[in-house]
Structure formats: structure tokens, C-alpha cells
Design a protein around this ligand. Structure first.
Ligand SMILES: [Zn+2]
Ligand SMILES: [Zn+2]
Length: 356
């Protein structure tokens, strides 16, 4: 991706000289997510174009120099199926890392496929090979987890692990997820796994709302054919008139925030996990929607290694019965990436996969 609004170009790069502890991953799958569409339109600040997009990917270890220890403590060997956490170089020394306890806001932090420039090498998954620099958190993909399961969950699953953690979903909670994209679909499944007694979703188009039901939603409202007033009435009727305990915003729209605050019950929790780019200003009545409701509102930016590792454990235990692999519905070659981006943007499919 050479610059915003430019067609994707195929380029050749030299094979990297691996330092001690570095590795080369032969890419099996990468993905096209909402962030890639934002990158393509230049909607994210500080992106060092040209970049090789594809921040969550999976592959087979092609080459290792020295010893490579996975984040779970296991030694990784050539031939292993390996996945890695896209965030690297979090410094552990700045105020965000040490004082504020917000390492996802560390200024040194870099992300494969997003803030790593192509001039520095193979730091992205839309490529036949990915360079794993020393210190990147990598792990062997559990035997029970297919590449398609992992990449179907992809960045949306890891983001959702964080969002559910921020929401503090408790046994018996009612949860409503706004948005049925990759983040929303995983959040539905995880809310269910976390013990929610009722899971609702609002989304579109019909293929995604169907998938939302198979991910575990009891009731899915089509955002295109129902009104906010009708949805509020329906959700209240399903929750003894209260509204839900937890609302997770995974829609990325300013209007969703205005609606979501009303859907939460008094004393409930609202987690904003879908605003990865500036979607504009939401109009909020602080008295009616926050103060009098005694509402908790929490942001959720990026994720940490623990969310990645937990995602792997969740997949290992649940990929056989939660249909993450169907989230990644169509596969594109490196020569079809412009089409993949257009399809992702038009929401023609739940998620586009890249198979270099
Ligand atoms: Zn830091
Ligand atoms: Zn992503």
C-alpha cells in the first residue's frame, strides 16, 4: 500500500538477514479488516506509507536463527505452525507503560501492517513471508486450531477478548453488541462463553446477522430495517424493562454511541471498542444518559499480549463449536487485494482473507 487512495502494488523485497532470535514466517493466511480499509483511505494518523498491510497473520516457520522461545514458554522450531502478536516494541519504560498502566498507548509501540514502514522490511501479512524480529510475541498454533479458525477470529477476536475484559461481563449478565463485523461477531461468542444469559446484537447486512446468531446471539436486530426506538422498546421488553447490563460498541459509528447509552440499564457498563478511526461527534445528554443512569463508560484501545494468548486458549477449547472459520468467508490472492479491499468496504462478505 504505497499511499492512501492508491491501488495496491506488488513489490519484491530481499530476503532479510536474520539476527539472533529472528525468524522468517511463510505466510499461510492474513486478513483484510476494517483497519485496512481505513488505512487505504488515509484515515489513520502517523502511518509511514508505503506499508505492507496485514496486521494479524498466520504461517509456518520457514527459518529461525538461534533459539526462538514462544510467549507461552515453548521452543518454536522450523516447520511449526506459528502465529504472533502484531504489536511490538512496547517500551516498558515510558509513563504510559509504567505510571499510567496503559501500554497500548505507549508512543514507542509499533504494529505490524499498520505503523511499520515497508522500507524496514517484511512487517506485514500481505506478503509471501513475514519477518519476526527478536522480541515479537509468537506462539505455536494449538493442534486443535486450524489456520482458518485463527484467521477467521483474527484481530477482531483479540480485540473482543480485551473488550469483554473491559466490560467485566459476569455470569448471568445480559449483553448487547452493536455491530456484526469481525469485532462484533467475536464479542457475541465471547459474551456467551463468559457466561452471559442473554446476548443481543444490532447489525447488518443479513449474511452477518445470520452469522451473529450462529456465533451465539439470541436476538439480532437488523440496523437497516428497524428503528432505534423499536430496538430500545424490544430490548427493554426482553430485560424486565431495565435495559442490558453491558453494551459493547463494535460498530464504529457516532450514532451507535448515542443509541447504545440508552440500551444500557441504570448502573450498567458501556464499552467503546469500535471507534478505531474518528467517526465524528456523538451527541450525548450527560444528565439523562450518563449521570442519572450512573453509567460506566470505558474505552478499549488496542490489545496486549495476554489478549492474544487468551484468544489462542479460547480457540483451542471452542473452535470446534464456535464458527469463527465462517467469519473469513472469501480468500483472495496477492493479485486480488484491490478487489478484497473493495469487498471489505462494501461489507459484501463478513471478512476477506488473504492467502499469499
Ligand atoms: Zn512505553
Ligand atoms: Zn484488524
Amino acid at each position: 500500500m504505497t499511499a492512501p487512495e492508491r491501488p495496491i502494488e506488488l513489490r519484491e523485497f530481499p530476503e532479510p538477514d536474520l539476527p539472533e532470535g529472528g525468524a522468517l514466517l511463510a505466510t499461510a493466511f492474513s486478513e483484510v479488516c476494517g483497519t485496512d480499509v481505513h488505512l487505504w483511505h488515509g484515515r489513520l494518523a502517523g502511518v509511514p506509507y508505503p506499508i505492507i498491510p496485514g496486521h494479524v497473520s498466520a504461517g509456518v516457520l520457514a527459518k529461525v536463527r538461534g533459539r526462538l522461545i514462544g510467549v507461552d514458554g515453548n521452543v518454536l522450531a522450523e516447520g511449526d505452525r506459528v502465529v504472533f502478536f502484531d504489536v511490538h516494541r512496547t517500551c516498558g519504560r515510558c509513563r504510559a507503560c509504567t505510571v499510567h498502566g496503559t501500554p497500548t498507548r505507549c508512543p514507542s509501540r509499533r504494529v505490524y501492517g499498520i505503523t511499520d514502514p515497508a522500507s524496514e522490511g517484511l512487517f506485514g501479512g500481505w506478503s509471501e513471508a513475514i519477518y519476526l524480529e527478536p522480541g515479537v510475541a509468537a506462539a505455536r498454533l494449538p493442534d486443535a486450531v486450524g489456520f482458518e479458525d485463527y484467521i477467521g477470529g483474527g484481530c477482531g477476536l483479540i480485540t473482543s477478548v480485551h473488550a469483554i475484559e473491559r466490560a467485566g461481563v459476569a455470569l448471568g449478565d445480559s449483553v448487547l453488541v452493536q455491530g456484526t463485523g469481525a469485532v462484533g461477531l467475536s464479542a457475541i461468542a465471547l459474551a456467551r462463553l463468559a457466561g452471559a444469559s442473554q446476548v443481543f446484537a444490532i447489525g447488518a447486512p443479513p449474511e452477518r446477522t445470520e452469522l451473529a446468531r450462529s456465533m451465539g446471539a439470541d436476538e439480532v436486530f437488523d440496523v437497516a430495517t428497524t428503528t432505534p426506538e423499536a430496538r430500545l422498546e424490544a430490548v427493554r421488553a426482553l430485560t424486565s424493562g431495565d435495559g442490558v447490563d453491558v453494551v459493547i460498541e463494535a460498530a464504529g459509528s457516532a450514532r451507535a454511541v448515542e443509541e447504545g447509552l440508552n440500551l444500557a440499564r441504570d448502573g450498567g457498563t458501556y464499552v467503546i471498542a469500535g471507534h478505531y478511526t474518528n467517526a465524528g461527534t456523538s451527541t450525548i445528554n450527560a444528565h439523562e444518559q450518563i449521570n442519572r443512569k450512573h453509567l460506566d463508560i470505558r474505552g478499549c484501545w488496542g490489545s496486549q499480549v495476554r489478549h492474544f494468548l487468551r484468544a489462542l486458549r479460547i480457540l483451542e477449547r471452542n473452535a470446534a463449536h464456535v464458527p469463527w472459520r465462517f467469519v473469513g468467508s472469501r480468500t483472495y490472492a496477492l493479485t486480488q487485494l484491490n478487489e478484497a479491499l473493495a469487498d471489505a468496504e462494501a461489507m459484501r462478505i463478513p471478512k476477506a482473507l488473504v492467502r499469499p
